[in-house]
Write a protein that binds this ligand. Sequence first.
Ligand SMILES: NC(=O)C1=CN([C@@H]2O[C@H](COP(=O)(O)OP(=O)(O)OC[C@H]3O[C@@H](n4cnc5c(N)ncnc54)[C@H](OP(=O)(O)O)[C@@H]3O)[C@@H](O)[C@H]2O)C=CC1
Ligand SMILES: O=C([O-])CC(=O)C(=O)O
Length: 245
Amino acid sequence: MRVGLLGCGNLGRIIVENSKKFGVEIVSLYDKEFSKAVELSKICGKPCKSFEDFIKGEFDFVIEAASAEAVREYGKKILDGRKNLVILSTAALIDEDLLKKLRRKAKEVGKKIYIPSGAIVGLDGLSVLKFFESKIKLITRKNPKALGRNLGLIFKGFVKDAVKKFPRNLNVAATLSLATGKDVEVEVFAENLERNIHEILAKWEFGEIYVRVENVPSKNVKSSHLAALSVLSLLRNLEEEVVVW
Ligand SMILES: NC(=O)C1=CN([C@@H]2O[C@H](COP(=O)(O)OP(=O)(O)OC[C@H]3O[C@@H](n4cnc5c(N)ncnc54)[C@H](OP(=O)(O)O)[C@@H]3O)[C@@H](O)[C@H]2O)C=CC1
Ligand SMILES: O=C([O-])CC(=O)C(=O)O
């Protein structure tokens, strides 16, 4: 599986370093800072100076590990370049207009947009709840260094506001909302922790679901190591004869 990587930061590096293990070949690299792409190209992939050069490459998938702005800027162009798109910066997709446009474009060109589970788990079961009445809550706890706020409860509300206030910390809330189709309730705590903790509580007619992940952060304390690997696992799954979901 040949892949282009958009965003050569912390998660980009983890993706490149682990790509072989998952049978994924990173062939092309793009970052707005060319030097970052050059740095990662020492492991694998060709660094590209411009997005136009990048998207001409011969690969079937683009992994977006850059920013919500990058999804807005390049999402449609990636699909137009006849590549499938894997999006980590799901905060961008809280904008229903953008989501609709990307969905329409994907259909038009016969490509797919994939959303990895990122820094949370359990989306397999939780996505069942999309078709049932249910209440879903996410509680996120991170170090104040990641959140840029003092200790304590720093946010209580719903997904759209959460993502607007913390676009680089709460992609998980956007992903959860996309998976379940629900207005997810969100609480965010700044605590003296070494790990990023996400708890999901869901209630529906057929039971209750509780998921808790305790993630080691990447060099970017906001972003969990697991998020990068979830992308590689998703791509790997697309190649398997037996798919465990
Ligand atoms: N879905 C999930 O569960 C999770 C999602 N994320 C998201 O994944 C993304 C990557 O995270 P992480 O690696 O930690 O972030 P980093 O900031 O470490 O890396 C992102 C890289 O992409 C570059 N970049 C940003 N915008 C653009 C653009 N428009 N065009 C080209 N390059 C761009 C950045 O450059 P520069 O530094 O100059 O801006 C940087 O080099 C983030 O959006 C993050 O919020 C993170 C964790 C979990
Ligand atoms: O990596 C994490 O733990 C969560 C995160 O940053 C995000 O969802 O944006």
